[in-house]
Design a protein around this ligand. Structure first.
Ligand SMILES: C[S@@+](CC[C@H](N)C(=O)[O-])C[C@H]1O[C@@H](n2cnc3c(N)ncnc32)[C@H](O)[C@@H]1O
Length: 301
């Protein structure tokens, strides 16, 4: 209560609604607004990790590095054979594939704001999966009343999280399950990796995003329309070489970001890129990264 949201009506007018209560009335009550197109005024434009071939290859590797814990999370979520499962921010569809294999929904749909990723997903993933271009901070979705919503490595890029979660609750089926896998900590003694995390965190912060989003998730769920059923911090020990492989590909994308070019020292970024490459190739030892993953199962009552 008390959060103000804006709606864009069919005629293009933007109207502020006083509270989420009013928002509910507008969506579900008798209000004439109920037939409008709703446009939550949330930040969704600053996905800084790109959708180039290099960024896509990184997502494929990311999917390999995090496959086991994602499968285990989905398998133990208590959900099986739902009608419609949606993968929010699906990228080229690797997480969507896991969703399909572990939960066996009747329909599995990946949504992503990147047309490039959606086209790649349609091409790469076999035809039992559906993919649509959609900015998932906007409702309604192209899929009505999903009974499972899943997101992995997405909330780190979005804000304000409370509003995003609340909008998902509004389009989900009654009793729907939301499954979230996000990063809570990334700890390492390696100075290159530490500096990489500092700079990445600073860039994300500039865009209103949170690298280590896990610790703020519980408060974001309050009054969101979702009730947390289970929340676990899974302690993962990742090889520094694997993490550096992911990070160097990512750095090569986000180093061209406008804020980064303006604010970070280019020589330092060059040297960070070299060191990450050396760790990735095993020339320099980086030991391990302790990564706590926050995995949440929530329900729409
Ligand atoms: C780090 S990738 C994770 C991809 C996938 N979930 C996985 O785990 O393999 C984040 C994805 O979220 C997508 N994304 C970011 N903001 C979005 C938004 N507002 N709407 C839809 N997709 C978004 C990006 O295009 C990207 O594909």
């Amino acid at each position: 209560m008390g959060e103000t949201v804006s709606v864009t009506l069919h005629n293009g007018d933007v109207r502020d609604l006083m509270t989420l209560h009013d928002w509910d009335r507008a969506l579900f009550g008798n209000s004439p607004l109920a037939c409008g197109t709703y446009n939550l005024q949330m930040e969704s434009r600053n996905y800084t990790f790109g959708d180039t071939d290099q960024a896509s290859a990184r997502l494929r590797r990311l999917a390999e590095v995090y496959e086991a814990e994602t499968r285990a999370f989905l398998r133990h979520s208590g959900v099986h054979s739902p009608s419609i499962a949606v993968d929010l921010g699906c990228g080229p569809g690797w997480s969507t594939r896991l969703l399909q294999e572990e939960l066996e929904p009747h329909r599995t749909v990946g949504l992503d704001v990147s047309q490039r990723y959606v086209e790649e997903a349609r091409h790469r993933q076999i035809s039992d999966l559906e993919f649509e271009v959609h900015d998932i901070v906007q409702i309604p979705f192209p899929i009505a009343s999903p009974d499972v919503l899943f997101c992995r490595f997405l909330l780190t890029h979005l804000s304000p999280l409370g509003q995003v979660l609340a909008s998902w609750a509004r389009i989900a089926a009654l009793g729907a399950t939301l499954l979230v896998h996000e990063t809570e900590t990334l700890e390492t003694n390696n100075p290159t990796l530490r500096r990489y995390y500092e700079l990445l965190s600073e860039m994300q912060q500039y865009y209103g995003q949170t690298l280590l989003v896990g610790p703020v998730l519980h408060e974001s769920f309050q009054n969101s329309g979702w009730q947390i059923i289970e929340s676990n911090g899974r302690i993962l020990q990742k090889k520094a070489s694997e993490m550096a492989e992911l990070h160097v590909a990512n750095l090569r994308t986000w180093r061209h970001d406008e804020y980064v070019s303006r604010s970070f020292d280019a020589e330092e970024i060059d040297s960070l890129e070299d060191s990450l490459e050396h760790i990735a190739m095993g020339i320099e030892s980086g030991e391990v990264v302790i990564n706590v993953a926050r995995q949440i199962v929530a329900q729409r009552p």
